[in-house]
Design a protein around this ligand. Structure first.
Ligand SMILES: Nc1ncnc2c1ncn2[C@@H]1O[C@H](COP(=O)(O)OP(=O)(O)O)[C@@H](O)[C@H]1O
Ligand SMILES: N[C@@H](CCOP(=O)(O)O)C(=O)O
Length: 304
């Protein structure tokens, strides 16, 4: 009979980047990683699992036991690698706001799987593509998971066998990016922001989005003059106005001033694919938005 093996008796530390998704017209497909990270350290212990989380901006409480998302995916990773261990002690530095539109759940899922890789003697059973695939199944869509695993900007999709695929998106290395993170009260679970989307859209809107997604690719690869048109969308943003009124107010104002602003993921964070002038930054800050310019991460999730 096949028996699973014990994990390596060691401490494993991983870091996973925050990510944006959609970038306007690339709903459930386009994503980008930022130099802004959650970090987790784990070691096997005897007895029950304990999770200690330090929230540096995450502003939310997470389960301190086996119910924690990171522990749940750590266990899936261990099972995939044919390993077992009953208890762990985890120390998490949670910087990515939860329910903020910066891929905190994708980061937590990927962190658990990366820890499992770190505990395996043979890391090849949990290579990047396996982690991408398991994490996408867990998250339900591949757009945050792809940049969280691979870094950079990515296009991700489900193939006709239902398997997630991804490829790097060519982005001008000097492309500036600005984020406006919301005050805590404005956070919104992704599930709620997906529940307001219709099951079907008019054909002209599908055509509109196909064209804009292609234009965005050009805009990010040297044609910055196309960024405003390339960030137009009819697939999700307007439908989300009702649950994201403050986000859409900020986006409308920034776009009226010529800034290519979109909802980051399912919001409420706002992503601008460019720099923001001082007046616009001051106005957003007066309304409680925190401006971040983390730069694009090119490494993805790492064991440190
Ligand atoms: N570092 C973390 N540790 C444990 N659970 C986490 C962590 N980050 C996110 N989560 C889980 O994911 C949820 C947020 O996911 P979601 O609604 O998809 O928002 P986001 O846009 O931040 O990904 C949290 O409420 C929590 O359950
Ligand atoms: N394509 C998804 C992206 C969700 O990203 P998150 O960071 O808000 O979880 C969507 O728009 O629902």
């Amino acid at each position: 009979m096949w028996a699973s093996m014990q994990v390596k008796d060691t401490t494993v530390k991983v870091r996973v980047p925050a990510t944006t998704a959609n970038m306007g017209p690339g709903f459930d497909s386009f994503g980008m990683a930022f130099r802004y990270y959650d970090e987790v350290t784990a070691r096997p212990i005897s007895g029950h699992t304990r999770v200690y989380a330090k929230d540096e901006g995450a502003g939310a409480s997470v389960p301190g036991d086996d119910g924690n998302l990171i522990v749940r995916t750590l266990r899936i990773g261990l099972e995939t690698a044919g390993l077992h261990q009953s208890g762990f002690e985890l120390h998490c530095t949670n910087r990515i706001p939860q329910g903020g539109g910066l891929g905190s759940s994708a980061a937590a899922i990927v962190a658990g799987l990366m820890l499992a890789r770190g505990f395996a003697e043979d890391e090849s059973s949990l290579d990047d593509h396996t982690i991408f695939s398991i994490a996408t199944a867990f998250e339900g869509h591949p757009d945050n998971v792809a940049p969280a695993v691979f870094g950079g900007a990515t296009v991700a999709w489900m193939d006709d066998k239902g398997k997630p695929q991804s490829a790097p998106m060519p982005v001008d290395a000097t492309q500036p990016v600005t984020l406006f993170a919301p005050p805590f009260g404005l956070r919104l679970a992704t599930e709620k922001a997906r529940a307001v989307l219709p099951n079907s859209i008019p054909r002209e809107d599908a055509v509109f989005n196909t064209c804009r997604a292609a234009v965005l690719m050009l805009a990010l690869n040297g044609r910055r003059d196309l960024l405003m048109e390339g960030t137009e969308d009819r697939l999700h943003q307007d439908y989300r106005r009702g649950v994201l009124p403050e986000t859409m107010k900020l986006i409308d104002r920034l776009r009226a001033e010529g800034h290519p602003a979109v909802i980051s993921g399912a919001g409420p964070t706002v992503l601008v694919l460019g720099e923001v002038d001082e007046d616009a930054a001051r106005a957003a800050s007066a309304d409680g938005w925190r401006m971040l310019t983390p730069g694009i991460d090119t490494e993805g999730a790492k064991i440190q």
